[in-house]
Design a protein around this ligand. Structure first.
Ligand SMILES: [Zn+2]
Length: 408
């Protein structure tokens, strides 16, 4: 079951029992390249202020009962975990959380840390969810965004989502860039394409902007509930800066600078591939088909161009490009036949026979080719994938350009 929905139901139950939440619930996205993960690799956490052991026991019972009731445990990919922690934030916990967002951690590591700090864990099936649950508790948020999620009534699950598209365009017009990723090439991008309970999600900088946006969206189906999460989405928290290509490892995400070392080429399926190198080594980078028009920019790269690439390494060791900054375009040249005295570009007269003018018939036996700079269809600066291909954690350029929006 959608973790955010379980969280929303749990919180309603806890509140109806008079329990108080401290701050907003948090939606923490973990390493998008971890091989064992759920689709969005998200986990949620929240803080409760409880005044006695009896209330604590009651809260735990409500949470566990709800998780058991709502989890789709017959789905082989569903391995929920719940963690309870009473105590201060520790350095260990924060470091563990960052590792879970950027690298790989094992269930064993999560369990060892939980034991060390005195966190209580509950595993369902293989219980891998414990990894994310513990990370959601400990994740620092030097930068953050918010997401408002509206949920559907159960009888609408799996049906086409009915949202007035014009109202979403208007909302985007009125609230962007305080909200973002609402549209993709003019089409609605706030609705997911999976049969989950989410009707739509609006991403933004502040809760106020999200509530304002929500008021503008005309839903043509009932909304069961709405929840706002504080989140690490769109902060680039998954990316580690690395200065050696040779040090790059599978299943991790990086910001890496290098020089384009091959002409980009298109492979079957429409993916665009090129090589990037630095003094330490060389690696393959890809803009995959779902990145759509972003590929047009990648295809224009040429050997010698200096770029910074943002993205993660999949199981084949190829870096999936999410974003790139072109630092320097290396001038590219072509070599043309010389011009005739009459001004016309000459043609080859045959192997080792020099050139012949197609207009006046003039000949040249030994003349150098003319070096001509090729115009580039690319400018220095940032390029990013479209909204539809953006990973939850990727920071959109609108947040990079407006530094006041990046809280980190
Ligand atoms: Zn001529």
């Amino acid at each position: 079951m959608c973790t955010t929905y379980v969280c929303a139901v749990v919180l309603e139950k806890l509140k109806s029992c008079g329990m108080t939440l401290k701050g907003e619930p948090r939606l923490i996205r973990l390493n998008p390249f971890a091989p064992y993960k759920t689709r969005g690799n998200g986990a949620v956490s929240f803080r409760l202020v409880l005044d006695n052991n009896q209330t604590i026991r009651r809260a735990k019972q409500i949470i566990l009962d709800t998780v058991e009731e709502l989890s789709q445990l017959n789905d082989p990919r569903t391995n929920p975990g719940v963690v309870f922690y009473q105590g201060p934030m520790t350095r260990d916990l924060q470091e563990y959380s960052m590792k879970t967002v950027q690298c790989m951690v094992t269930l064993e590591e999560a369990e060892n840390l939980a034991q060390k700090i005195g966190a209580e864990i509950f595993k369902y099936k293989n219980g891998r969810g414990v990894i994310g649950a513990l990370a959601a508790i400990g994740c620092p948020l030097p930068d953050n965004t918010y997401e408002l999620i509206a949920y559907r009534e159960v009888n609408n699950y799996g049906k086409v989502r009915r949202i007035n598209e014009d109202s979403v365009r208007l909302m985007d017009h009125e609230t962007y860039p305080e909200t973002f990723d609402n549209l993709d090439e003019g089409y609605m991008a706030i609705t997911p394409h999976t049969p989950c309970p989410v009707l739509y999600g609006i991403r933004g900088e502040t809760k106020e902007a999200l509530y304002r946006a929500q008021e503008m969206i005309r839903s043509e189906e009932p909304i069961e509930r709405v929840m706002v999460f504080l989140t690490n989405q769109h902060t680039d928290m998954h990316l580690q800066a690395i200065d050696r290509i040779a040090g790059i490892e599978k299943y991790q995400c990086y910001v890496v600078k290098g020089v384009v070392n091959s002409n980009p080429h298109v492979i079957e399926g429409g993916h665009v591939i090129f090589n990037l190198k630095d003094e330490s080594g060389e690696m393959e980078c890809a803009a995959y088909e779902p990145t759509k028009r972003f590929r047009d920019s990648v295809r224009e790269l040429a050997p010698g161009d200096e770029v910074t690439i943002y993205g993660g390494i999949g199981n084949k060791g190829t870096l999936n490009v999410e974003k790139m900054e072109i630092l320097h375009l290396k001038p590219q040249y072509q070599y043309l036949n010389p011009r005739c005295d009459c001004g016309k570009r000459m043609k080859s007269a045959g192997k080792d026979k020099g050139y012949k003018c197609p207009r006046c018939g003039g000949k040249l036996t030994d003349a150098p080719k003319e070096k001509v700079e090729i115009a580039r269809n690319l400018d220095e600066g940032f390029y990013e994938v479209p909204t539809s291909a953006r990973r939850h954690l990727s920071k959109p350029l609108v947040r990079i350009r407006d530094e006041s929006k990046s809280k980190g």
